[in-house]
Design a protein around this ligand. Sequence first.
Ligand code: AHR
Length: 510
Amino acid sequence: MATYYINAGQKMGKINKEIYGHFSEHLGRCIYEGMYVGENSDIPNVNGMRTDVVEALKEIRVPVLRWPGGCFADEYHWKDGIGPKENRKKMINTHWGGVVEDNSFGTHEYMELCRQLGCETYVNGNLGSGTVQEMSEWIEYMTFDGVSPMADLRAKNGHPEPWKVDFFGVGNENWGCGGNMTPEFYANEYRRYQTYVRQYGGGEEKERSIDNPELIRKIACGANVADTEWTQGVLKTLFRHCEPQFHGNADGLSLHYYVHPEGWEIKGSATDFDEKVWYKTLAKAQYMDDLIRMHGAIMDEYDPEKKIGMIVDEWGTWFTVEPGTNPGFLYQQNTMRDALVACITLNIFNKHCDRVKMACLAQIVNVLQSVLLTEGEQMIKTPTWYVFRMFREHQDAQLVNSHIETETIGEEEQYMVPSLSESASIDKDGRLQITIGNLSADKDYPVDTHIAGFAAKKASAQILAGQMRDMNTFDEPDTVMTREHEVKLQDGVLSFTLPAHSVIKITVEQ
Ligand code: AHR
């Protein structure tokens, strides 16, 4: 039995919808085949974008989509991807599988995809191998509304209206694939490049903050995993000789963290694992909480008002690729274990919504911990897709204070986890939204919930449950899916049972 306490009257901050963001890179079959099939494809599409995929992504309310990478971003030259498709440069995607990149998906196609999804844009610029001028012209091409060489070129290519760039990444993983830089060197480069990422339309005078939608919010490259030396070095250099109102000229600082149960070299199978590996994986997912605290403490030194958002723009599981697939395509299946990793991580982000302002799951379709998988004209929803659908009501909701009594479970001392993971919020319609995961490999938990500050009248629940290794396949696409679940509301106490390895979402109305 677990006791759960929610104080709905105690608001802890807004859960930015961007925490539920996604990442799409020119990698394997993420963009090509996964989302973009071209106007002439037999697969139903609108302007080249797969209709089935767009519909499924709209259902989870994708709030923001990062593009074009990843490591690919620091090798991407945006002018290769504009103009008539037959004239676009063909190149080798050296990072990912050595395949031909024909640049048929470029800036216009990305903006069209975001239009169809109804989501915000997060473009990642090339600092590693591109020039300041190239980055500056890309911003001019996308956002300048008037007469200028780049705005004219955009119009010539069929789009006279400027687009809105909501977020712009100034480089990616510049400690590694983005140029192997030191934190100080990168931060100096960041200062220079971002100067020419112009805020056309008067944005230069606007207040710097990750929450100011009138700005192109600039994201600096943050740390890999626990590299606090990077965080310290970058922030120190950004804030040095910088007028206080410019606030380091950054609105966000990224963090990348992947869960590899068997470490980076071996990784481990996506589908074949035992209870020991189950707990190891979930303990590594739980580690996200420590990472946010350790990098957050450094950010607090420079930015106590929390105007710079922590942007976890790459997270998720990274397993060994499916047998028989191109190792450079990072294609992996997705089980109930991935669902729990998503549940744990999203609950952690919700709880840290004062600092974590955006997060992007890696990656949206057919790569790493995807929400959708495709094969030809077929598409399946993964267990992770269901978690994003269950959690979607947290988007832009108010986090409320909550605490669940847990026990510590696991099979190895260094990989113990709390039995339950939870968060609760009040959504835009005044309903209480609760999401809980049961991390146990074998134990069901009856839960009694005491809710203060909320006159609960009605409750309903959906559950995602199954065996640990359950997944959806192209032959059996509906093995894992949400179902209605029984909850009781009596004398102000909300009671239900959480089966082993399950995720539940409960909506309570007044
Ligand atoms: O998501 C795959 C890769 O992981 C990205 O390209 C890179 O940024 C990270 O190392």
